[in-house]
Design a protein around this ligand. Structure first.
Ligand code: BJW
Ligand code: ZN
Length: 250
């Protein structure tokens, strides 16, 4: 509680805030984190192996089925008090950028205006051949653990792929640049629910610390970002963040 009060004081005084989120913020909405072992019918697959261009090339139906199943799961859940507290920080801080590694839309649904999606979105499929955006398909509800053939592009008949960033692919340059710029200029960076293992995203809290910001971390587990966090709030985002916001702004 002492740490929450200290963090709230720093946050309430900040002119520029960056909120940097990972899968942990969506965990209490019922979305499994990326590095949680897959459960149920997906449990024999390794998410790190599925989230690659090679996996899509080798077995597009498997990879598309997995992503469509995840999109279905996310469409059926709701933002939690952690996402809502982030939207409150955005509303109360003089300037605040939300930078997320998540491919879900729970920040938007909680009221965050324009989160920067470093790793793309489950809701923006595109053609794997010509890169044109493709419409979101409805109807064909994928069953858990089932392959599903990707739709074909209406322009070139190429396979449609999820609009996410896979291992070995470049992050969207304008998004990464904007996030790094915000990190260099903020007074406080709040890092929430990320393992800090995936680069270049994991550089963002480090850049903020290097440029003099106070880094506040919210995570029930230790992470490599402990090294740059001036304040560590050990706990679940949906509990810690509402307490932090109340302590900062009442
Ligand atoms: C809670 C909680 C609760 C639980 N409350 N908290 C430098 C060094 C080493 C390697 C590299 C490097 N630079 C690049 C690399 C390679 C690679 C990489 O980083 N590999 C590492 C794994 C070693 N990076 C890349 O390949 C990147 N591309 C690249 O570098 O391109 C270079 C290039 C340049 C120019 C041209 C071409 C190429 C791309 C990385 C893309 C990552 N994409 C994914 C998949 C997206 C789609 C999908 O979701 O399927 O993004 S991987 C996955 O990890 C996903 C996530 O956004 C990302 C981060 O995961 P996150 O959010 O941290 O989740 P978890 O599960 O790891 O952690 C959850 C945390 O929550 C835990 O800490 C829990 O304790 C906590 N938690 N409950 C709060 N209730
Ligand atoms: Zn195409």
């Amino acid at each position: 509680m002492v740490d929450v009060r200290e963090a709230a004081k720093v946050l309430a005084q900040a002119r520029r805030v960056v909120v940097f989120t990972g899968a942990g913020i969506s965990a209490e909405s019922g979305v499994p984190t990326f590095r949680d072992a897959l459960t149920g019918l997906w449990e024999r697959y390794d998410p790190q192996a599925l989230a690659t261009p090679q996996a899509f090339e080798d077995d597009p139906d498997l990879v598309w089925g997995w992503y469509e199943w995840r999109r279905t799961v996310i469409s059926g859940v709701r933002p939690n008090p952690g996402h809502e507290a982030v939207a409150t920080v955005e509303a109360r801080a003089p300037r605040c950028a939300v930078v997320t590694q998540n491919v879900d839309d729970l920040h938007e649904r909680a009221g965050s205006a324009a989160p920067l999606h470093l790793h793309g979105s489950l809701f923006a499929p595109r053609c794997a051949s010509c890169a044109r955006p493709a419409p979101l398909t409805g109807g064909a509800e994928p069953a858990e653990g089932r392959r599903l053939a990707p739709p074909r592009c209406e322009h070139c008949s190429g396979p449609v792929r999820p609009g996410v960033v896979w291992f070995g692919e470049a992050l969207p340059e304008p998004v990464l640049e904007a996030a790094v710029q915000e990190a260099t200029e903020c007074d406080v960076l709040l890092t929430i629910g990320t393992s800090g293992l995936v680069y270049p995203a994991a550089e963002i809290p480090k850049v903020a610390a290097m440029f003099g910001a106070t880094v506040i971390q919210v995570n029930p587990q230790p992470t490599p970002l402990d090294a740059v966090a001036g304040i560590n709030l050990h706990g679940a985002a949906a509990t810690v963040l509402p307490a932090l916001v109340t302590a900062a702004w009442g």
